[in-house]
Design a binder for this molecule. Structure first.
Ligand code: FPP
Length: 202
């Protein structure tokens, strides 16, 4: 297993912790409490998310997976969805510019086909950056755990598999390369899984 880029002097993780996942919520409530629009919460939340990702890589997590936009999130008001897509667009531009600041490669998981062609193009480019880095940041977009399982089963059907095992399913999940998460953090403080990493969270 390649060694992560741990910054000297930072606490080193117990070797059992390899993969951490975040359900990134609470942004709207945080903003509302301060009399601000939900979009402001998403802006501040995404800036915290960047710091947290850097820190998680720094202390040695091999993989960080973040639930940035679910298949259900399209039901939100148009202006909120559009603000989130804007934050994502700016984030991709920032990664194109400053990718060297990060010591991980980037993967986008979920059904990306519904995103605009411009976003899809930027995502495809960003996925080529830092490709030699052992650590990975998975960003889940238009993601749902049930959808991921359907995608896995379809992949197995296309392979002609009939005698399907648990290992077959695990290897066809979007997160196959990094294994199951050792910890899932829900930033807004609720204790619900919300269709995130359903198989992996077992
Ligand atoms: C849910 O929290 C959060 C979202 C629907 C979107 C979060 C995504 C972003 C801020 C875009 C970031 C993307 C990247 C990769 C930079 P909520 O605010 O609805 O939570 P609450 O209503 O429970 O407070």
């Amino acid at each position: 297993m390649p060694q992560p880029n741990v910054t000297p002097g930072t606490p080193v993780l117990d070797e059992n912790f390899k993969h951490i996942a975040f359900i990134m919520d609470g942004n709207g409530r945080w903003a509302k409490k301060r009399g601000m629009p939900r979009e402001y919460g998403h802006k501040v939340g995404s800036s915290n998310f960047k710091k947290i990702c850097l820190y998680c890589c720094d202390i040695g997590f091999q993989a960080v997976t973040v639930y940035a936009f679910s298949t259900e999130n399209w039901k939100r008001p148009k202006h909120e969805v559009s603000a989130i897509m804007n934050i994502l667009d700016n984030y991709l531009d920032e990664l194109k510019r400053d990718y060297k600041k990060y010591h991980n490669r980037f993967r986008f998981i979920g059904d990306l086909s519904v995103l605009t062609p411009a976003l899809q193009e930027k995502i495809a480019y960003v996925e080529t950056l830092n490709s030699d880095q052992p650590q990975v940041l998975n960003i889940a977009l238009n993601y749902g755990g049930r959808g991921e399982l359907v995608h896995a089963f379809r992949t197995l059907a296309a392979e002609g598999k009939t005698d399907i095992t648990e290992d077959d399913i695990s290897r066809t999940l979007y997160t196959a390369a990094c294994g199951d998460p050792d910890m899932i953090v829900r930033t807004g403080g609720d204790i619900r899984i919300s269709n995130f990493l359903l198989w992996q969270a077992a």
